[in-house]
Design a protein around this ligand. Structure first.
Ligand code: SF4
Ligand code: SF4
Length: 425
């Protein structure tokens, strides 16, 4: 086992106050473009141009190693299936649907709390439940184990600026509780921790009240350090256990809070969760807010609803500033795993030579040696990259953030990771 955990003690200014108390803006759209890419995987369309669909109708599916369905978020007509830039920065098929005004649903079954572990896992598969914290991993695969002792619900939201998960919990307390209870049953765990940063005092109080009759469920306030929301860090914080590849090696399943809400809401209503709450924030947006919109809404509409950008030369990031993806076009659309759109002013930093100060090593949560990795990458030294465990980098962005010489350390590590992965293929 190569993995150690670094200090994880760095507090990063959260800037959460910009959006956390603002009302949620609900926006409409005439047309959605639903991406058929799920993380690194591409689904195939199951509809054709001219088809009429309802909300919750199957429009695409991934059917390789894992089955993952993709559903329509509107009722209307499929007007095109075309390649567009997706949030993963790859052009992928999008199903373009012109929305009508009927909002007709194709209903799922509801699911009661009496359902068995197997029934809940089958339900997760039917509704296409994904890890909505950014990973997009199919939940039914994660829960198909008999080794889970502890369920951890991750409501930490450690990236700066993002408040979508906490606002979603505040707005959907009943659905959250129902989803957590279904997840607990599906996991077969004897204990469940709902982890949230300790400064969310009011929400934590509400959660303690919400779960007061559930002996197995404990609300766990955690420190405001980055990257506390990373599965490995959180598992260590809660259980004081380390693992090599997956939390289940430490007897844990970690699920995102919004995934719990999606499961609870679908199970209670029998309806597909066709909307999602997205934080629109950053230093270059006029009126930062959380926005609720249909899956497939272009981010240009979210930016417009928040008053547009302050300066035209803008950097748009899908996700948070530390781990998000920089997108060049505002036609990229919202997917079930999009939690934020952050817009920043373009800044140019002069990069200086490495001071060998060791701060990047000291703050790396994966205990890597970024400078040595960059050297090995420059010399194409694959054996050394492997020895330095470059694939353990979680691309948390801390090494760039902390570097006094303004070196884009994470970007170089990312390239080194890709090089090693390509050579291993
Ligand atoms: S991005 Fe940098 S700090 Fe974060 S895990 Fe990778 S090497 Fe470590
Ligand atoms: S933090 Fe920056 S300057 Fe310091 S050792 Fe790392 S790369 Fe070099």
């Amino acid at each position: 086992m190569a993995f150690l955990i670094g200090p994880m003690q760095h507090h990063i200014e959260g800037h959460k106050e910009i959006t956390e108390a603002n009302e949620i803006i609900k926006i409409g759209t005439d047309e959605v473009a639903i991406s058929l890419s799920i993380g690194a995987h591409i689904a195939t369309p199951t509809v054709q141009v001219g088809d009429r669909v309802k909300i919750g109708d199957l429009i695409g599916k991934r059917d390789d190693r894992f089955y993952v369905p993709i559903f329509s978020s509107v009722s209307g007509e499929v007007v095109a299936i075309e390649k567009r830039m997706s949030a993963s920065l790859k052009p992928s098929d999008h199903v373009i649907i012109k929305k009508d005004d009927t909002d007709e649903f194709k209903d799922f079954e509801k699911l009661s709390l009496d359902a068995s572990k197997e029934e809940i896992i089958a339900y997760m598969k039917t509704i296409g439940l994904l890890g909505q914290g950014g990973a997009g991993f199919p939940s039914y695969i994660k829960y198909a184990t008999d080794k889970c002792e502890t369920l951890i619900i991750n409501a930490v939201e450690c990236e700066p600026y993002i408040t979508a998960d906490v606002r979603n919990i505040e707005e959907h307390l009943d659905e959250f509780k129902y989803g957590v209870m279904l997840m607990l049953k599906a996991s077969n765990a004897s204990k469940c921790f709902v982890a949230m940063k300790s400064f969310h005092k009011e929400t934590i109080e509400k959660l303690i009240k919400l779960f007061e009759d559930e002996e197995k469920i404990v609300v766990k306030p955690v420190k405001d350090v980055y990257p506390m929301g990373w599965e490995r860090t959180l598992t260590y914080e809660v259980l004081k256990k380390r693992y090599d590849k997956l939390p289940i090696e430490a007897g844990a399943i970690v699920s995102n809070a919004t995934s719990a809400i999606t499961l609870g809401s679908t199970a209670l209503s029998g309806r597909y969760c066709y909307e999602r709450i997205v934080t629109v924030s950053g230093d270059n947006i006029n009126n930062p807010h959380n926005v609720i919109c249909r899956i497939g809404t272009p981010i240009s509409k979210l930016i417009e609803a928040c008053g547009g950008v302050k300066e035209d030369r803008a950097i748009i990031i899908m996700g948070g500033p530390m781990m998000g993806t920089c997108v060049t076009k505002d036609i990229v659309t919202i997917t079930p795993i999009s939690n934020a759109v952050n817009i920043f002013k373009e800044q140019h930093f002069k990069e200086y030579a490495c001071l060998r100060c060791g701060r990047c090593v000291e703050h790396c949560p994966s205990s890597l040696m970024p400078v040595s990795i960059i050297e090995a990458y420059k010399f194409n030294d694959i054996a050394e990259l492997e020895k330095l465990h470059v694939s353990d980098c979680v691309e948390c962005g801390m090494c760039t953030f902390i570097c006094p010489s303004k070196i884009e350390v994470t970007e170089s590590i990312r390239r080194a990771k890709k090089l090693l992965a390509a050579r291993k293929r």
